[in-house]
Design a protein around this ligand. Structure first.
Ligand code: FMN
Length: 367
């Protein structure tokens, strides 16, 4: 049966995020972090190497277009544009929740277009908790992976959004057990991602124990999904959901503390996202222990303006990242991970209260 409800929701998410102010009011923490400038970098900017790998696949830069969409013709167009850009630049990409394509096979093409346009990139499948809570979770996850010949599968955690959304599905029982089952039965790595409220040390440790191979922190400071649901509730004049959306607009762990929490408590691949808006943010994330950085909403906006705009946006991100390596005297991403950085303000306080030592980053010798 065609899943018109899911498809309609996906379309309204695209329209709301494109046309309303859905940004969190709380900062990511990137402004509290400064990489120590090296006035004598003693390297040539031209020798800076941004290449890395992800589950055995080469990337030209540690960059990912975040999981966003699918399920409608407009989403297919966006996925195709984004995938072409990712293929051209040699970076990774995720598609949005594939529920619509699983429940209505005639919509599978809206995800598949990404693989067709980007045959060689690491491309990640995506499912939400309500999907993996089901009896047939393994079968659904296999379908999602096969639909796009995925390199791995992201399970997205969006308890905040579901709890604010008027049609939200809020049974999050036994999800860890399901992650464990998927990790043992699927042929590709399973990863966990938030959707804008961040992941704590404790949750990251539990996911690692369950067999997840990576965590996308998707912290607070970028797109607010409580904010998105506020606008959708307003359009339907649902007063309680409007209040919930307003009150929980800025709920969560900001992106920078979340990176530190996850990178210091697990040995998993860490994806930094949530308010990542430029290459300097990605450089800071990597120096804090992340392996990759990703942008969602800025890429939706630039893809809507066309392929050229999306390529231009990412080329700027890549050059900003390269510059940060040059100015810290880092020839490659391994060296950037040792670059000294200073943490101040609310982020310093967060980390100290959570038992992390911000001074350990400042006292690094660097290269
Ligand atoms: C239009 C839109 C749709 C999204 N849909 C999904 C989704 O289906 N699955 C998912 O894991 N994350 C989804 N996200 C969340 C993003 O992957 C990302 O975690 C979040 O938006 C924070 O990043 P940002 O501040 O760069 O937008 C979506 C984001 C946007 C903007």
């Amino acid at each position: 049966m065609p899943d018109t409800q899911t498809a309609g929701r996906k379309l309204s998410h695209i329209q709301t995020t494109l046309h309303q102010q859905v940004q969190s009011h709380v900062p990511t923490g990137f402004d509290d972090v400064r990489l120590l400038h090296k006035a004598l970098p003693e390297i040539d900017r031209a020798e800076v190497d941004l290449t890395t790998e992800i589950f055995g696949h080469k990337l030209n830069a540690p960059l990912m277009i975040e999981s966003m969409t699918g399920g409608t013709p407009l989403a297919a167009k966006i996925n195709k544009t984004l995938a072409k850009v990712a293929e051209r630049l040699g970076i990774a990409m995720g598609v949005g929740s594939q529920r619509a394509g699983i429940e209505d096979e005639s919509l599978a093409y809206t995800f598949r277009v990404a693989r067709d346009a980007a045959p060689s990139i690491p491309l990640f499948a995506n499912l939400g908790c309500p999907q993996i809570a089901r009896e047939d979770a393994v079968e659904r996850a296999r379908k999602a992976v096969d639909m796009i010949d995925a390199t791995g599968l992201f399970i997205h955690l969006n308890a905040l959004q579901e709890s604010v959304q008027f049609e939200g599905e809020t049974n999050f029982r036994n999800i860890l057990q399901k992650i464990k089952e998927l990790a043992s039965k699927l042929p590709v790595p399973i990863m966990v991602k938030e959707t804008g409220a961040g992941i704590s040390k404790e949750t990251a440790e539990a996911c690692e124990k369950a067999g997840a191979k990576g965590i996308n922190v998707s912290g607070l400071g970028g797109t607010s999904w409580a904010g998105v649901e506020y606008y959708r509730a307003r359009a339907k004049r649902l007063k309680v959901q409007m209040e919930l959306g307003t009150t929980f607009w800025d709920w969560g762990t900001p992106t920078v503390p979340s990176i530190v929490e996850v990178a210091n408590s697990t040995s998993l691949k860490v994806f930094a996202s949530g308010g990542v808006r430029n290459g300097l943010h990605i450089a800071k994330a990597i120096a804090l222990g992340a392996h990759y950085g990703g942008l969602a909403l800025p890429m939706l906006k630039s893809a809507s303006a066309g392929e050229g705009a999306a390529i231009g946006r990412l080329q700027a991100v890549i050059e900003e990242l390269r510059n940060a390596l040059f100015l810290t005297g880092s020839r490659n991403l391994q060296e950037l991970r040792q670059a000294p950085l200073i943490i101040t303000g609310a982020t310093y306080q967060w980390l100290t209260q959570r038992g992390f030592d911000p001074a350990k980053y400042a006292m690094r010798p660097g290269r």
